[in-house]
Design a protein around this ligand. Structure first.
Ligand SMILES: Cc1cc2nc3c(=O)[nH]c(=O)nc-3n(C[C@H](O)[C@H](O)[C@H](O)COP(=O)(O)O)c2cc1C
Length: 203
């Protein structure tokens, strides 16, 4: 076994080991809105469930040279956002939104996606997703770095409304193959859902 102390590694090397080890990662495509009213969109794979009672999720947004990304700034300012599950049909458009655009330019327009109103919050989602979660901020934690320059913004949010495409919803369950969720590996690599199997849990 190779033995490595993270303290001996650069930030980029740590990033590479983490994103190469913790796979596959689901991808949240997040829409948020700026104070000027621009709808911002970006993908995040540091994304997971925090709790089912109440339904809560987390998204971790790294700072870039100490600067908060637009998504983190928007969520911290107006406490609302929409998460879309990235699937094989929308992944190419989602990838387009990861371009570094200035805050006044909308990634949604850039990727030619169509906005759709939310039910419980003021931030719109996009139509190009089979599952959409309307979220409100529970807690934003500044972590890592030092007290002056945190390394990331960990966003923990409550899901206040679900939108699930009818065709993939059967008997109260989401059909994983219908959803066709895509996961992120390392670098520019992604994976589709592979072979599925079942293991009974012991009593
Ligand atoms: C598939 C994918 C997953 C990503 N995951 C993350 C992530 O978990 N955290 C993060 O800070 N950036 C992540 N990024 C990079 C952001 O999407 C990128 O920095 C984006 O421009 C941020 O947009 P914003 O400044 O509008 O918030 C990811 C990019 C891609 C393509």
């Amino acid at each position: 076994m190779k033995k490595i102390d993270p303290k001996q590694l650069s930030e980029h090397e740590n990033y590479k080991f983490l994103i190469g080890s913790i796979i596959p990662r689901p991808i949240a495509f997040v829409t948020s809105i700026s104070e000027e009213g621009v709808v911002n969109a970006a993908p995040f794979s540091f994304f997971n469930i925090v709790s089912s009672n109440p339904p809560m999720i987390s998204v971790s947004i790294q700072r870039k040279s100490g600067e908060m990304k637009d998504t983190a700034r928007n969520i911290r300012a107006n406490r609302q956002f929409v998460i879309h599950i990235v699937d094989s049909e929308n992944v190419a458009q989602v990838n387009e939104t990861a371009a570094n655009l200035p805050p006044q330019q909308s990634e949604v327009e850039h990727a030619q996606m169509s906005l759709v109103r939310s039910v419980k919050i003021d931030v719109p989602g996009v139509k190009e997703a089979k599952v959409r979660l309307e979220c409100v901020l529970e807690k934003a934690l500044e972590l890592g770095g030092d007290w002056k320059n945190p390394g990331c913004d960990l966003i923990i949010a409550k899901v206040v409304y679900y939108h699930i495409e009818e065709s993939i919803f059967e008997n109260g369950r989401i059909d994983p193959h219908g959803l066709g969720a895509i996961s992120r590996l390392a670098g520019n690599d992604y994976a589709k859902i592979g072979e599925q199997f079942t293991i009974e849990r012991p009593q």
